[in-house]
Design a protein around this ligand. Structure first.
Ligand code: PGA
Length: 252
């Protein structure tokens, strides 16, 4: 279960959230084998990680720049993120594809850089509404995923795929759980086709208007392992309710 705070919460607000969470839950409020990940803004990553470590909650970054160290003003590399205690990095979020012009090649290179630094890449794929309406969902998401798989070594534990239909993000609209499950099944099958049976262990998340009300329905689907949550993860009570809704890990 991944909280994507996007460009929200000051350092002080981020710390207040996680300190209050730590106060209310001395242990992670979810069944064994379930991983919780919080992705704050870059400036809050390190202090938030320090508070969450005793809770066994991981911290992730929302973006990464290519390279290691050097002359790239404004850049923060995978090497630097890993050293700052990030264990996950979201790559290819549709907001970055749209607002920053990140194409499949850039997303693939970023995913490789994250995995090479020992972290896990949360790779976002998803179709726009017009593609959905003309029946193009499968071609879009498989194309986005293939670009990443072609660049990565077989490392199912370090790849998390998030299916996030663009029209569902922040809109209050979602596909049905069965539709999302179908897409998750296609995506997992692509990983198995590339990496063999070991690829079946890749985790597939659903994201887009996930809330405390609908999360259990998505997570009860066979191919959906978790959720990537934006807006609803900003409120502690909702985040705690969603974390508690995750069923025990299948075949852990
Ligand atoms: P949302 O965002 O939960 O606010 O729809 C999800 C995301 O963009 O990751």
């Amino acid at each position: 279960m991944v909280a994507n705070w996007k460009m929200n919460k000051t350092v002080g607000q981020s710390l207040a959230f996680v300190r209050e969470w730590a106060r209310q839950d001395s242990r992670p409020p979810s069944p064994d084998g379930v991983e919780l990940v919080v992705c704050p803004t870059l400036v809050a990553l390190w202090p938030v990680a320090r508070v969450l470590e005793p809770l066994s909650v991981a911290v992730g970054a929302q973006n990464v720049e290519l390279g290691r160290e050097g002359a790239l003003t404004g850049g923060v590399s995978a090497y630097l993120l890993a050293e700052a205690r990030a264990r996950y990095v979201i790559v290819g979020h549709s907001e970055r594809r749209r607002e920053f012009g990140e194409d499949d090649a850039v997303v693939a290179a970023k995913a490789l850089s994250v995995v090479s630094a020992g972290m896990s890449a949360i790779v976002c794929v998803g179709e726009a509404l017009d593609a959905r309406e003309r029946g193009g969902t499968r071609a879009v998401v498989e194309g986005q995923l293939e670009a990443v798989l072609a660049a990565l070594p077989p490392a199912p534990a370090q790849l998390v795929i998030a299916y996030e239909p663009l029209w569902a993000i922040g809109s209050g609209q979602t596909p049905t759980p069965a539709e999302a499950n179908q897409v998750a099944d296609w995506l997992r099958a692509r990983v198995v086709a590339r990496w063999g049976d070991a690829g079946a262990a890749v985790r597939v998340l659903y994201g887009g208007s996930v809330s405390a009300v609908n999360v259990a329905a998505f997570l009860s689907e066979s191919e959906i392992d978790g959720a990537l949550v934006g807006g609803a993860s900003l409120q502690l009570d909702q985040w705690r309710a969603m974390a508690a809704a995750v069923p025990p890990v299948r075949n852990a």
